[in-house]
Design a protein around this ligand. Structure first.
Ligand code: KG4
Ligand code: ZN
Length: 335
């Protein structure tokens, strides 16, 4: 059964994974190692590219060795080496893709350059025997994307954000509320004790016929509310009301997309799909409509290499490989 080793280094997580699989069988994740740099970047309130790439190069080799150890595999058994080649930070992408190419070159095995967004999109299907036709909603720090998926590699864009990504809005609002980076999990925590109806924030574009998103008006509405409020600022209520607005926009647009596409499966992926309130709202919306909701396991929602290895495995099984001269693409689109 083919064994794939993949590296993900598009942003601030250095990750290495080893996945094994064959057609008609669920892929097995034998190792999925992540060296998070979140603590390193927290004091700057966001990702510092120079620091990120330097740490990728420091962590990568021990992480490859750790992944091989956890998988109980020898590097000579690996059938193909993969890496994220975009979208992401150029200096970070270069570290992982150069390392994967070097291993491919040294071992005479193929290299596969993988789109980070395809990794997220396919992550809910790791552990299943097939990727059925479905509607995909990718909600991450950099992207908010609705797609009609006929199968692996066959994607049609239905809608995307016209300004901030959903995760970016969480991070920016987290910063406004004085919460640590990244804001998403912090807002979710603060929102648990807050009233989601305390503030009537806008649900931008929710009732428009198109399937695009906009989160910058919502972010500005939170800012104006903060400027208007006399101290103390009710952080829990603001967080809960903001989170509720994001959830209603995402659920509303995704349901519209499912209805229009005629699909019966909705797959959620990306860091924001870790949000418990969001998952619950999607669950409540999908069940009565007979829509199958698929989400990635929690460890595979935020950036990881197992999703990259899985995307690479499907391509490897289809006989597709990349040239060793393939460049990185910081703005690589999925469709
Ligand atoms: O997919 P991801 O790890 O990286 C990108 O490809 O961007 O997503 C990171 C994003 C960040 O914006 C982070 O705040 C958000 O996912 N996030 C969350 C939660 N956990 C992570 N947003 C809302 N609720 C969460 N629990
Ligand atoms: Zn990501």
């Amino acid at each position: 059964m083919p064994l794939i080793l993949a590296i993900e280094s598009s942003c601030d997580e250095t990750a290495v994974a080893i996945v094994r699989g064959e057609p008609g069988r669920a892929a097995e994740v034998l190792a999925s190692e992540v060296a998070s740099q979140i603590d390193l970047h927290r004091e700057f309130g966001g990702v510092v590219p120079e620091l990120a790439s330097r740490n990728h190069s420091l962590h990568l080799r021990p992480l490859v060795e750790q992944a091989l150890r956890h998988a109980g595999a020898d590097i000579r058994e690996v059938d193909a080496f993969a890496a994220t080649t975009g979208p992401g930070l150029a200096s970070s992408l270069l570290i992982g893709s150069t390392a994967a190419k070097a291993m491919a070159c040294a071992s005479g095995k193929p290299f596969l350059g993988i789109n980070h967004l395809e990794g997220h999109l396919l992550s809910p299907f790791i552990g299943l025997t097939a990727v059925p036709p479905h509607v995909a909603l990718i909600v991450s720090g950099g992207h908010t994307l609705l797609l009609d998926v006929a199968g692996p590699g066959s994607y049609r864009k239905l809608g995307s954000t016209r300004d901030d990504a959903a995760g970016e809005a969480f991070d920016k609002v987290g910063k406004m509320l004085g919460l640590p980076y990244p804001g998403g999990p912090e807002i979710e925590r603060a929102a648990r004790t807050g009233n989601p109806a305390a503030f009537g924030f806008p649900r931008s574009m929710l009732n428009d016929p198109h399937l695009d998103f906009s989160f910058s008006g919502l972010k500005t509405a939170v800012l104006y509310t903060l400027q208007r409020e006399s101290a103390p600022v009710p952080v829990a209520d603001l967080a809960a009301s903001f989170q509720q607005a994001v959830i209603e926009i995402l659920v509303g647009k995704a349901l519209k997309a499912v209805k229009r596409s005629g699909k019966r499966v909705l797959a959620l992926s990306g860091g924001v799909s870790l949000n418990g309130a969001l998952r619950a709202a999607f669950g409540n919306a999908c069940a009565p409509r007979g829509i199958d909701l698929l989400t990635a396991p929690p460890g595979l929602c935020t950036d990881n290499a197992a999703m990259i290895a899985f995307a690479a495995l499907l391509r490897h099984l289809a006989g597709e490989h990349s040239a060793l001269v393939e460049d990185i693409h910081p703005n690589l689109p999925l469709v």
